[in-house]
Design a binder for this molecule. Structure first.
Ligand SMILES: O=C(O)CCC(=O)C(=O)O
Length: 275
């Protein structure tokens, strides 16, 4: 059992994130990286742009991470025992490429309410200041949602370049993780990341997000997998877990899910008037 300790719960409450939490070994992380890179080799483009969403639907090792009991124990400490997986994202930054994430709050554009949900950022490679680890503005989850501008800057890994301006950089914490460790962050905490200045890739597999079964999608449609407990609310369509690596039916399912997501990201804001 790896439920969060009282110190970890306090860190989450005070700062809006908790880390580092060890989930699996460095060797396991390498195995996962190899599977991601095999998909990239066999299916060029499959994990690019919007293809980076929901890779757990075609990768058995990423599926295993999303359902990892250690992660679920920690998540249960924050959102309760009925846990749904409502999507995942691969945040990959290659060396010698412009790639950053503008500062934003997930709750601003994801459409999941109430905010009984949490995002898990799992390091598949080491993640540090040199290769552009995530940085989080400590305590910012206690404020209201902030104004975001849409800035379509080259290299921004966010679909619509959602940006909170004037971030006090000195109040941000670099979330330094070893491969196999994770952080958990609050829906309202402001976070982003800088360029990868190293000569290797930086890969984060992000379960975005784990939601309590009482959480609705207000901007469109999400499908979910029940990761733990039960779903008495039935707000979302259920989808099955991957059958095998790069299985044809799973690839189609991933595409369907990513089409739903595009609708949330591109049309959702007008429904809610978020920007
Ligand atoms: O991987 C990154 O650099 C940022 C990730 C992020 O924005 C998120 O996990 O919500």
């Amino acid at each position: 059992m790896t439920y969060l300790s009282s110190n970890q719960l306090k860190q989450y409450e005070d700062e809006g994130f908790v880390y580092p939490i060890k989930i699996f070994s460095k060797d396991k992380a390498k195995e996962i990286r190899n599977e991601i890179e095999l998909i990239e080799k066999e299916m060029p483009g499959e994990l690019d742009k919007s293809g980076r969403y929901n890779a757990h639907l075609i990768s058995p090792l990423l599926d295993e991470v999303a359902h990892n009991p250690k992660i679920l124990d920690a998540v249960e400490s924050l959102i309760g025992e009925n846990i749904l997986i409502c999507g995942t994202t691969l945040f990959m930054k290659n060396p010698n490429q412009i790639g950053f994430v503008s500062y934003h709050q997930d709750a601003k554009y994801i459409g999941l309410e109430p905010l009984n949900w949490v995002t898990a950022w799992v390091a598949i490679t080491d993640s540090n200041e040199h290769n552009g680890c995530m940085r989080i503005w400590s305590g910012s989850h206690k404020d209201n949602l902030k104004k975001h501008e849409q800035m379509f800057n080259e290299g921004n890994l966010l679909t619509r370049g959602q940006t909170v301006n004037n971030i006090p950089k000195d109040k941000t914490t670099p979330i330094v993780l070893k491969a196999g460790q994770m952080s958990l962050h609050h829906p309202k905490v402001v976070h982003g990341s800088d360029l990868n200045k190293s000569d290797d890739r930086r890969i984060g597999f992000v379960i975005q997000s784990y939601i309590g079964s009482n959480v609705k999608q207000l901007l469109g449609q999400n499908s979910v997998q029940v990761a733990r407990g039960k779903d008495d609310y039935n707000f979302h369509e259920k989808i099955s877990r991957t059958q095998s690596l790069m299985n044809k039916d799973d690839i189609n399912l991933k595409k369907q899910e990513n089409d739903y997501l595009q609708d949330i990201f591109y049309n959702g804001s007008s429904k809610k008037g978020s920007y």
